[in-house]
Design a protein around this ligand. Structure first.
Ligand code: AMP
Ligand code: MG
Length: 506
């Protein structure tokens, strides 16, 4: 495929589409009422069996670097775009069916997706949205009624699994890889058109108000566009880092120019704080996409995007200057979020940064659950009796026994410094706690919780899936009717496939 950015393609029909989940908030945004969302027609539309009137579905062409190597043309191999739909307040959002059948970019694969990966994508994209992380959304998850063959562990044991289709929603699905493939193929005119269109459609605030599609865009606007892509990417990754989220496959084809988290495959959340952790079995040896590497990998990916758009942007020194500003953009975003998580105002001095790095070091002295620790921190009395503070945090520690040895010494010292810093703000305790509870989730979508829900779903029991879906829509409040959602990863889940690490098979 050359000199073309997309191909029209129709979804392939499925046997018996049945709605499993839909996003109440997106349905409301689109003005869909409950009856419509639970109608037969909705399931038909969301599986691709029926088409929205006037829609001409298409799949797009992109390339990408996978695990650091140029992989050539990839494209929407199992994603079919339905075009834009307006929300009630006039925002245009793109709908995309993932798993709706082969496209010209399928490269011999079946264009389908299985229930387990579709469910993981649906739940995580919605969870990220409600955690305030820039992300693509999921409108619906439909069981196709067909079976799909997958070799989940790549060990020569293919199995039939239930097929499913997720309807993804985003202002744009444009990826770094869309630009990269044009550049790789030397299609400069197409690259320029894509960039102009991207600015026009997805960055209208940068374009002159009178700009119409296809019109000349100044060099200055294009540079500002690149600067904004860098900033949005930095902000997205800072969110991930603050929550202990690991994307798992940060290939350049999985990077959105809008700085949205996209393509939820073998992602995961840190249970105990381990900077080296990756949920992706395919990456278990090199750990390229491990938690701590994410900010740097995002920059590496931005360099690839920069290389791709340079023929159009031309201004090498300015592009380099923008790339060089990324570490500061990232650090500012990170400190801003971490200051809020710690309940500290105007966070960011040299002493503050030292306080934060000491905390991250202390969290590694004994396995400590990252989400539980931050959630509990708001409850520490900080009244000068450090033992009481440690007691409040103790349920975040893995393993047996109380804090002791070097861990206890350094944690205590850290708590003293932290208490002093908090008291310097002279902020009302209740106000601080309320603010901290708004940024430190009570509930995150731990892999083992999803795996347990999937195990039940395999037996036809979707109750746990619905419980997870309910909890993730309000991650900051305590869900006392959802036992087990606010606790450490149980020991059995430490190494079990699906509950800890995942393959790319989906
Ligand atoms: P991913 O690892 O999911 O980001 O996928 C990498 C590329 O492979 C993308 O271009 C996907 O569209 C494509 N792909 C993955 N799975 C399938 C499938 N079952 N059928 C067709 N294309 C696929
Ligand atoms: Mg992908």
């Amino acid at each position: 495929m050359s000199e073309a950015l997309y191909s029209t393609v129709l979804p392939s029909p499925v046997r018996a589409p049945r709605l499993l989940l839909c996003s109440p908030s997106l349905c409301e945004d689109f003005g869909f009422d409950t009856d419509f969302c639970h109608s037969e027609r909705f399931a038909q539309l969301m599986s691709g069996n029926e088409r929205f009137p006037g829609v001409s579905p298409f799949a797009t062409r992109y390339g990408g670097h996978q695990f650091g190597n140029w992989a050539g043309q990839l494209g929407d191999g199992r994603a079919i775009n339905l075009g834009e739909l307006a929300t009630r307040d006039g925002q245009l959002l793109n709908l995309q069916l993932k798993g709706a059948g082969p496209t010209p970019y399928s490269r011999g694969a079946d264009g389908r997706a299985v229930l387990r990966s579709s469910l993981r994508e649906f739940l995580c994209s919605e969870a990220m949205h409600f955690l305030g992380v820039p992300t693509t959304r999921a409108l619906s998850l439909v069981l196709s009624g067909d079976e799909v063959v997958r070799d989940m562990f790549y060990d020569g044991n293919p199995q039939y699994e239930p097929g499913a289709i997720v309807c993804r929603v985003a202002p744009s699905f444009t990826r770094f890889g869309h630009f990269q493939l044009c550049a790789y193929r030397g299609e400069e005119a197409l690259l320029r058109r894509l960039l102009h269109q991207c600015i026009h459609d997805d960055f209208p605030h940068l374009a002159a108000p009178s700009l119409t599609s296809g019109e000349h865009v100044s060099q200055d606007i294009m540079l500002r566009w690149f600067g904004e892509v860098c900033e949005r990417t930095a902000i997205m990754v800072a969110h991930w880092m603050s929550l202990g989220f690991v994307h798992g496959v940060m290939n350049t084809d999985n990077m959105s120019v809008l700085g949205l988290s996209i393509d939820y495959g073998p992602y995961g959340w840190l249970d105990h704080y381990d900077p080296q952790w990756t949920p992706n079995t395919t990456d278990a040896v090199n750990r390229r996409y491990r938690y701590e590497a994410q900010p740097e990998i995002a920059l590496w990916n931005l360099y690839q995007l920069a290389n791709a758009v340079l023929p159009v942007l031309q201004d090498v020194p300015e592009v380099e200057a923008i790339l060089k500003s990324y570490p500061l953009l990232y650090e500012n975003a990170w400190l801003e979020i971490m200051g809020r998580k710690l309940g500290v105002q105007n966070f960011g001095t040299k002493e503050d940064k030292a306080l934060l790095s000491e905390l991250l070091a202390v969290l590694q002295l004994r396995e400590t659950d990252m989400s539980l620790f931050f959630r509990a921190l708001a409850q520490a009395p900080l009244g000068g009796e450090v033992r009481e503070d440690v007691g409040v945090l103790a349920h975040a520690f893995y393993g047996e026994g109380e804090a002791s040895g070097e861990h206890l010494i350094r944690l205590s010292r850290w708590l003293q410094h932290y208490a002093a810093r908090v008291h310097r703000d002279a902020q009302d305790v209740c106000v601080r706690r309320t603010q901290m509870n708004r940024v430190n989730p009570w509930f995150v979508l731990r892999n083992y919780l999803v795996q347990e829900a999937l195990d039940l779903a395999d037996e036809g029991d979707f109750s746990r899936v619905h419980q997870l879906h309910a909890a993730l829509q309000e991650p900051y409040i305590e869900h006392h009717n959802a036992p087990g959602f606010h606790r450490k990863r149980p020991e059995w889940a430490r190494h079990r496939a699906g509950a800890s690490m995942l393959s790319c098979s989906s």
